[in-house]
Design a protein around this ligand. Structure first.
Ligand code: MEV
Length: 431
């Protein structure tokens, strides 16, 4: 859909909401139907919501914004982001602009292989049970393939099994069978859990043991997504900071996250600001992605940075990010939530892998935004300007008052609710 359009939209930030939408129509990014939907106060109805989860009493809305400037694998993309935190969308957009100067983001995602786990208890000889299971691998895979003939016909389905023996646990030895399952364009939880339940009786028969848990693993480390980018050093300088200073500051900040889990948690949270926002926008399960990301960050035994930053041979800043991304474009909420359907259409993704490539690129951009700010002016300056708007809203500002009050709070250098309320009262009294 979006092959020839540019994601560089000058002045987008300063437009009114209505003008922003109109500009997206004029540039061909969205059509009139999208415009109508986006102009509505709510897109999901309570009736639809009532079919999604239990005990529904209402809807909970979050802002959706668009990150601009992204070029990923040579293609311009507008990235929908759903998030309540100010600065995130602006940060991603700005870093995407810097990355464009170095050719944008290059990203790849692995084939969508998920891991399903069976825990097998009550085995007298786990090693022997392991060998028996490996011997019957083809039969097990064949059984699992029958769980979802549609997926099978699309080239997905079970691909392999792996067996691990857990020698020591608080309750003794047990065996773990991993079913490697290609879920194609789905997130895959339902497909794999169904397949696991299907093979469990056969596994019990082969081993003589008792299959206990049958559930996918969120450490989806066969389904990694990777992005890298190069930022020319001259793009990094601003307001009294040279490009080299900012670059070296980013490298030192990254070194901190590599070595210190206390810093790594915050560093990775910054990455997840970008990742979750797109995962949520696309109707995917962000808790699954969070769980996978943090488990992956601790894979060496020490929790560390998910990203890598280095200096390339020309002295430019080169960054990369790799993490498991179990996201789909079919199934689950992706096709139920109107805004998720819109988000997928806007990104123009044809496969789950393409979606993962966009998400991992946004994560890398977000990490860069945080490290650049932290290594120079600090995050509060940019953050506070946007935070001031939220304070203005909480203080009860309406319409034009919101922007005016936010600017006043920034000018006074006091971004607090009590001051916002005082200013608002003074203004209102004087009318
Ligand atoms: C705030 O939401 C995210 C940061 O704390 C990330 C970081 O410290 O790298 C700014």
């Amino acid at each position: 859909m979006s092959e020839s359009k540019s994601s560089r939209i000058g002045g987008f930030y300063n437009l009114t909401l209505a003008d922003r939408l109109q500009q997206l129509v004029d540039l061909g990014w969205i059509d009139d139907m999208d415009l109508q939907m986006l102009s509505r106060q709510t897109t999901l109805t309570t009736q639809q919501a009532d079919h999604m989860v239990e005990n529904v009493i209402g809807l909970f809305a979050l802002p959706m914004g668009i990150a601009i400037n992204f070029m990923i694998n040579g293609r311009d993309v507008l990235v929908p982001m759903v998030i309540e935190e100010p600065s995130v969308i602006a940060g991603a957009s700005f870093m995407a602009k810097l990355a464009r100067a170095g050719g944008g983001f290059q990203a790849q995602a692995d084939p969508p292989i998920m891991i399903g786990q069976l825990q097998i208890l009550n085995l007298n000889d786990p090693q022997n049970a392991r060998l028996k299971l490996l011997d019957k691998k083809d039969e097990i895979l064949n059984k699992a393939a029958h769980a979802d003939p549609v997926l099978q016909s699309l080239g997905g389905g079970p691909k392999d099994i792996e067996i691990r023996i857990i020698e020591e646990s608080p309750y003794g030895k047990f065996l773990v069978l991993h079913l490697l399952y290609d879920v194609r364009d789905a997130m895959g939880a339902n497909a794999i859990n169904t397949a696991l339940e299907k093979i469990a009786p056969m596994v019990e028969e082969i081993t003589g043991g008792k299959v206990h848990l049958k559930i996918l693993s969120n450490l989806a480390d066969r389904r990694l997504a990777h992005a890298h980018c190069t930022i020319p050093t001259d793009q990094l300088g601003f307001e009294g900071y040279s490009g080299e200073e900012v670059r070296d500051g980013i490298l030192n900040a990254w070194a901190f996250a590599v070595k210190d889990p206390y810093r790594a948690a915050t560093h990775n949270k910054g990455i997840m600001n970008g990742i979750d926002a797109v995962v949520i926008a696309s109707g995917n399960d962000w808790r699954a992605v969070e769980a996978g990301a943090h488990a992956f960050a601790a894979r060496s035994g020490q929790y560390t940075s998910l990203s890598t930053w280095e200096k390339d041979s020309q002295g430019n800043l080169a960054g990369s990010l790799e993490l498991p991304l179990a996201v789909g474009i079919i199934g689950g909420a992706t096709k139920v939530l109107p805004m998720a359907k819109f988000a997928l259409k806007l990104m123009g993704v044809q496969t789950a892998q393409e979606l993962a490539e966009i998400i991992v690129s946004v994560g890398l951009a977000q990490n860069l935004a945080a490290l650049r700010a932290l290594s120079s002016e600090g995050i509060q300056r940019g953050h506070m300007t946007l935070h001031a708007r939220q304070i203005a809203l909480s203080a009860g500002a309406q319409g034009d008052e919101i922007e005016k009050l936010a600017n006043e709070l920034v000018a006074q250098g006091v971004i607090r609710i009590d001051r916002a309320e005082q200013i608002l009262q003074t203004w209102r009294k004087s009318f």
